[in-house]
Design a protein around this ligand. Sequence first.
Ligand code: GLN
Length: 448
Amino acid sequence: LVGEAFARIKEHDERVGAYLTLNEEGAHAEAARLDNKLGSDEAKGLLFGLPAGIKDNMVTEGLRTTCASQFLSNYNPIYDATVVTKLKQAETVTIGKLNMDEFAMGGSNENSSFHPVRNPWDLTRVPGGSSGGSAAAVAAGEAYFTLGSDTGGSIRQPASYCGVVGLKPTYGLVSRYGLVAFASSLDQIGPITKNVEDAAYVLQAIAGHDAKDSTSANVDIPDYVSALSGEISGLKIAVPKEYLDGIDPQVKAAVLEALRVLEGLGAEWEEVSLPHTEYAVAAYYLLASSEASSNLSRFDGVRYGVRAEQGGNLLDLYLDSRSQGFGPEVKRRIMLGTYALSSGYYDAYYLKAQKVRTLIKQDFDRTFEKYDVIIGPTAPTTAFQLGSQVDDPLTMYLNDILTIPMSLAGVPAMSVPCGFADGLPVGLQIIGKAFDESTILRVAHAYE
Ligand code: GLN
């Protein structure tokens, strides 16, 4: 499998651009070790021998971790993120580190400071973002599965554009230790896989409490794989009317068709309203940028990454390193965030956005009193053309309208392929109660 993954990379990745760093030597050595174990009675890990790709914002000991930023182009971490440790315990083989939008800021992967990723279904189109490399690698067969991170949609939207499965777990289910922080109250790591069963297996391997992450939840981890019973009769589905308004008609048709399939399996659906949906994008970009401006203050040219050549004083060192190290979108977010947090504007923007966040969470709480899952599209359109939105950040931000509310509420959500529109994959989004990944996996698996 490892040899096959590298063969696919050699054949396709020059065009797709999913990987930033390959771990070829290390992967072959690990594969040889596992091969030796194959014939023995020794216990084998849950994901024994599976080639995995890791988004390049999760630190890997001795393997370059760039966040797709020039700032970290020379950064070799001295420790593994908890998810990476857990994958090693499950005996996966790390193939390499995957391209992304710089510091996970973006929705098309065009903000990578190295090179963009192209959608394997149509190389003129974006794979989505920010985990574009993670989704494209699975779609192109360049890894058996990958890890992505999702702050406002970055696992689900690229999964949707690339026709693969992406799961954003409940906030706190998977440790963020060793994930380079973008917006700490939103960031979650999750699997991108070829099918739902694989997602259940990978989640099983990476979920669980971690004392190294103070926001990690101390909850019992169920058996996700045995939840895939195929049985959904009597399931109550809510379909928010706000999620079907103004979306591409072909995407809407694919989602309605999926609902008919679920009905055929014995589920019932009703239209509901999540009235605060329209405020989600504005609240998210204030909160995420505020947290980012604080988190990214650690990149000063002294502690991590590339230091600017300079002749001036310490302040010049900071200024030059940050001016040269960060790309335009990252600078835009830092400016927006520091503005929203500055005294005088804090109440008007940051505090107001926090209140809106609570209202959005209450929309979900109310809906989940009566329904088991919420279903809608993952994104308003299919993958768009490379370059078509790069000069228009606001349009780019509005693409996230269907994935941001769940991030603000902290609830789990999953994208599964549900057909095509003009030959491009469409994603169905299944949203669950906090820590009820089992139900969304069961529904997704029954549908698949
Ligand atoms: N597209 C969103 C943003 O640019 C989401 C990114 C993410 O989830 N990391 O912030």
